[in-house]
Design a protein around this ligand. Structure first.
Ligand code: HEC
Length: 430
C-alpha cells in the first residue's frame, strides 16, 4: 500500500474511536436536554425526539440541521453571557451526534437509558395562584403572520408580587410567541373596543399609543422556554386593577385554528420579604433612519448608569423586527472596572426571540455605560424584508418599521427611584 492510501484508510477508521457512544447512553441524554424542550408530544416541533426509532427515522434531517446549526434554535452567541435554560449544543456535543450517525447509530443497551423526563402536567411549578386567560376563543385566520393583542382585566384586591409566570399556549400549532404587558391606563380597553374582532392588531409592542413604562412588561413565552422563578426577595409588581395585555404572534398552518392562551401567575408567599422590584428598562434609539438599500446599517443607543441608579441585572431581552441582522448589549466602564457583553446575537430571527435570564445576576454600577448595538439589512437580498419596493425605514410598531431595543430586567438598589423615572428617549442618531 502506498503511504497516501494508508493515511486515507486510517482516517476512514478514525470514527471507530468513538464507537462506544450509543443512543442509550449519550445520545438519548443529549436529545433530552437539548431537543425535547420542543420535540415532544404536543409541543411545537414537528416530531417527538424521544426514542431510538425517532432518532434514526429522522437521522438524515437531524444530521443536516445539526451540522448547519439550524437546530437547536438557540440564538445567543457563546461566551457573551451565561443563561439559565441554555439549550445550545457545544461544538463537542455537535460532533458526538454527527460521529454517532457516521458509525451507524448504534443503539447500545436499553438498560443504559436515562429516566424519561418527569411529567409535570400542564403547570411546571404546580397549581398557579391565579390563572388569567384570553377572554374568548380566537379563530386564527389562515394568513401567515398574525400579531394580535388581547386585553385581560385583573381583579386582585391589592398589588401583587409576581415571582413566576407560565404561559400555556392554547394551540401550539399556531402560537409562535407571546409577550405580556401591564396596562395601568384604559388605553388597551379602548383599542379593544374599537376593533370588532376579539382583541386588536399590534406588531412590535402593546399597541399604538400605549406608553411603555418601567413596570409595563410582565414576561413572555417562546417555543422551548421553561418557567423560571425570580431570586429570593425579587418580584414583578402587578398593580391592583391593572389590565394584562397578551400579545400573540400566530403562525397559522393550512387551516383555521382556534386559540385561547392562558397564563399561570405565581405570587410571592406572605412570609417572603420582597425587597427588590424587577422592572424592564429599555435601552433604545427611536430616531434612526435605515436608508433603502443599506446592507449593514448600524444603529446604537447608550446610556450611563447615573448616581442613584445602581442595580442588579437579572435578564436581557433583545428586540428588533425583520431587517435586524445582529444585536449586542454591552457594558463598558471608564474606570476599566468592566468591559463585557451581556448578550450577542449574530443571525437575528424575529421568530426566535428570547427572555434571557442570567445564571448569576450581574451588578450594574454607577458610571457603567450600557449600550445596545444593532445592524440592519435593508436590501432585497434580505429575504425577510417586508418592503417591495425598498424604502427608508424608521422606528415604529408596524411590520415595516424597525426597532433597536434591549430590555434590561433589573432591580434598582433604591426602588423608590422607579416612580421618578420617565422614559427619556436616547436619540443618538447615526
Ligand atoms: C426551541 C424549540 C426547539 C428545539 C430546542 C429544537 N427544535 Fe428542532 N424544530 C423546532 C421547530 C419549531 C421545527 C419546525 C421547523 C421550524 O419551524 O424551524 C423543528 C424542526 C426540526 C427538524 C426538521 C427540520 C427540517 O428542515 O425538516 C429537525 C431534524 C430538528 N428540528 C432537530 C432538532 C434537534 C436534533 C434538536 C436538538 C439538538 C432540536 N431540533 C431542538 C423546534 C426546536
Amino acid at each position: 500500500m502506498k503511504p497516501a492510501l494508508i493515511l486515507i484508510s486510517l482516517f476512514a477508521f478514525a470514527p471507530l474511536v468513538n464507537a462506544e457512544v450509543t443512543y442509550s447512553k449519550e445520545i438519548a441524554r443529549l436529545y433530552m436536554a437539548k431537543c425535547q424542550g420542543c420535540h415532544r408530544a404536543g409541543d411545537i416541533a414537528p416530531f417527538a425526539l424521544d426514542s431510538y426509532s425517532a432518532a434514526t427515522t429522522w437521522g438524515d434531517d437531524i444530521q443536516r440541521v445539526v451540522k448547519d446549526r439550524i437546530m437547536p434554535p438557540w440564538k445567543p452567541v457563546d461566551a457573551h453571557g451565561k443563561f439559565k435554560n441554555d439549550f445550545s449544543l457545544t461544538d463537542e456535543e455537535r460532533q458526538i451526534i454527527l460521529d454517532w450517525y457516521t458509525v451507524g447509530a448504534p443503539e447500545g443497551d436499553p438498560a443504559d437509558l436515562p429516566e424519561p423526563k418527569a411529567e409535570t402536567g400542564e403547570w411546571q411549578l404546580g397549581e398557579p395562584d391565579a390563572v388569567i386567560r384570553m377572554p374568548e376563543l380566537y379563530n386564527v385566520p389562515r394568513r401567515k403572520d398574525i400579531y394580535r393583542c388581547f386585553v385581560v382585566p385583573t381583579d386582585f384586591d391589592d398589588d401583587r408580587w409576581v415571582k413566576s409566570i407560565q404561559i400555556v399556549p392554547g394551540n401550539r400549532q399556531v402560537v409562535h410567541h407571546v409577550i405580556l404587558y401591564i396596562d395601568t391606563s384604559s388605553k388597551s380597553a379602548e383599542l379593544d373596543a374599537k376593533d370588532e374582532e376579539p382583541g386588536y392588531e399590534c406588531f412590535g409592542g402593546p399597541g399604538e399609543g400605549i406608553q411603555l413604562g418601567p413596570g409595563s412588561m410582565l414576561g413572555g413565552w417562546v417555543p422551548g422556554s421553561r418557567t423560571g422563578t425570580l431570586p429570593d426577595g425579587v418580584g414583578l409588581l402587578l398593580p391592583k386593577g391593572a389590565r394584562v395585555i397578551v400579545q400573540m404572534h400566530y403562525f397559522p398552518a393550512g387551516k383555521v385554528h382556534s386559540d385561547q392562551t392562558k397564563v399561570g401567575l405565581y405570587f410571592a408567599k406572605q412570609e417572603e420579604k420582597m425587597s427588590k422590584r424587577m422592572v424592564f428598562i429599555p435601552l433604545v434609539n427611536t430616531s434612526f433612519k435605515i436608508p433603502a438599500g443599506a446592507a449593514d446599517y448600524p444603529v446604537t443607543a447608550s446610556v450611563p448608569v447615573l448616581p442613584g441608579l445602581a442595580a442588579t441585572l437579572y435578564m436581557v431581552v433583545p428586540h428588533m423586527h425583520l431587517l435586524g441582522r445582529q444585536i449586542e448589549i454591552t457594558r463598558t466602564n471608564s474606570f476599566g472596572r468592566a468591559n463585557d457583553s451581556f448578550v450577542k446575537i449574530d443571525d437575528w430571527d424575529f421568530n426566535w426571540q428570547g427572555f434571557y435570564a442570567f445564571e448569576e445576576p450581574l451588578r450594574l454600577n454607577v458610571f457603567d455605560n450600557l449600550k445596545v448595538s444593532c445592524r440592519f439589512n435593508n436590501t432585497a437580498d434580505n429575504p425577510r424584508n417586508p418592503s417591495n419596493p425598498l424604502k427608508d425605514v424608521r422606528w415604529g410598531e408596524g411590520t415595516e418599521d424597525e426597532m433597536c431595543l434591549g430590555f434590561l430586567g433589573l432591580a434598582f438598589d433604591n426602588p423608590s427611584i422607579i416612580d421618578q423615572l420617565k422614559f427619556q428617549k436616547h436619540n443618538n442618531r447615526r
